[in-house]
Design a protein. Structure first.
Length: 68
C-alpha cells in the first residue's frame, strides 16, 4: 500500500502495547465485538494508518454472524 500523503510504500508496523477496537452498539450475542488492529507506517514522512483486522465488528449486530 502506498502512503496517501507522500506516495512512498507503507510498511507493516507493530503498536506497543497492542490494542483492540470494539463496537459500541453490538452486544456479545451479536457475534464478534472486538478486533485486533493492523498498523502501517510510512518510512518517508511518518504517516501512520490503522485498520481493524476484523472490520465486521462495526456492522449492525442484526447482520453479523460469528467470525469463522
Amino acid at each position: 500500500m502506498n502512503c496517501p500523503k507522500c506516495g512512498a510504500e507503507m510498511k507493516n508496523a507493530v503498536m506497543t502495547p497492542s490494542f483492540q477496537v470494539s463496537s459500541i452498539t453490538k452486544k456479545w450475542y451479536d457475534g464478534e465485538t472486538q478486533s485486533d488492529v493492523n498498523c502501517f507506517g510510512c518510512p518517508e514522512c511518518g504517516y501512520i494508518e490503522l485498520y481493524a483486522k476484523y472490520p465486521k465488528v462495526f456492522e449492525d449486530g442484526s447482520n453479523v454472524k460469528d467470525k469463522k
